[in-house]
Write a protein that binds this ligand. Structure first.
Ligand code: F6P
Length: 324
């Protein structure tokens, strides 16, 4: 029999579409198993500030389709300190919270891991980030919506690029990961995709543009923000090398993170939310709950946050083939 009576849930780090679906799943699964569920506002910052609210069936009604997070989010500096984490633990005790579900990315899990080691509170993490940069899940909550946001934006850009015979450099988010650029780049039929994990350097891009078909009227080049040279530098270098090309730069920015989550993200978030609560009840702690090859998978926090610079080489290869 599990000792857990009350679960706390929070979102932390950059918001991601689908976080609300995950909160809903955590709350409803908790209630299903006769637990109390409390929402912690503004991530670890709200835990330290004791901004804790009761959650019921109705508090998560009609949120599955909404982007952002109803619990709000922060990147807490105070939680990086021993004193901050001590105050956070005292507030958990005051609110009789026995276990935590934290929804976020690398920074969220790093904090959760230290918190568990210092105070022994059972905590499980759900991967909520558009970057898809965690080990132990095929996809993170928010990634599918973000790449769909990117392709919708770039399809529009393609219309104008095609009309003017222009080369467009598109810079997308991803922090240190090129996975948003890679999948959305394939999805829009990009000429080239520059990501931190591969060696497609500017010289390679020059060669491709020189050797490639001259009769193309528009070209889309995707650049991941985490590269040493971002979209601006790539655009400048291209202008210098190809003065006859009509080149424009578009940095998509936070538009990628907003909007209603896709069905894939809603279902992923729902599955993971259920699995997190049931995982806590069955004694799991200190792990991220993910989906690997369609199955629920638990990965210790310290392994989930190891950034591995490996990318499926087949995805890169098809970019080369299809940009013919
Ligand atoms: O981690 C999600 C993310 O959107 C990254 O892709 C990006 O580098 C970062 O957050 C942007 O952070 P902020 O919203 O604080 O500008």
């Amino acid at each position: 029999m599990s000792e857990i009576k009350t679960i706390g849930v929070l979102t932390s780090g950059g918001d991601a579409p689908g976080m609300n679906a995950a909160i809903r799943a955590v709350v409803r699964t908790g209630l299903f198993h006769n637990l109390e569920v409390k929402g912690i506002m503004r991530g670890y910052e709200g835990l330290i500030g004791n901004e804790i609210i009761p959650m019921n069936r109705k508090s998560v009604a009609n949120i599955i389709q909404r982007g952002g997070t109803i619990l709000k989010t922060t990147r807490s500096e105070a939680f990086r300190t021993i004193e901050g984490r001590k105050t956070a633990f005292e507030n958990l005790q005051k609110n009789k919270i026995d276990a935590l579900v934290v929804i976020g990315g690398e920074g969220t899990f790093t904090g959760a891991n230290v918190f568990l080691q210092e105070h022994g509170i059972p905590v499980l993490g759900l991967p909520g980030t558009i970057d898809n940069d965690l080990i132990g899940t095929d996809f993170t909550i928010g990634y599918d919506t973000a790449i769909n946001n990117v392709i919708n934006a770039v399809d529009r850009i393609r219309d104008t690029a095609e009309s003017h015979d222009r080369v467009f450099i598109i810079e997308v988010m991803g922090r240190d990961s090129g996975l948003i650029a890679l999948r959305s780049g394939i999805g829009v039929g990009a000429e080239a995709i520059l990501i931190p994990e591969s060696e497609t350097e500017i010289e390679v891009l020059f060669r491709r543009l020189e050797e490639g078909r001259r009769d193309k009227s528009s070209r889309i080049i995707m650049v991941a923000e985490g590269r040493h040279a971002g979209g601006f530098e790539v655009a400048e270098k291209l202008k210098e090398r190809f003065p006859k090309f009509d080149i424009r730069l578009s940095i998509l920015g936070h538009i990628q993170r907003g909007g209603s989550p896709t069905c894939m993200d809603r279902v992923l978030a729902s599955r993971l939310g259920v699995a997190a609560v049931e995982g806590l009840i069955s004694g799991h702690k200190g792990e991220m709950v993910g989906v690997v090859s369609s199955n629920i998978h638990f990965t210790p926090f310290q392994n989930a946050i190891k950034h591995i610079n490996e990318i499926n080489p087949n995805l890169l290869r098809i970019v080369d083939i299809l940009s013919l």
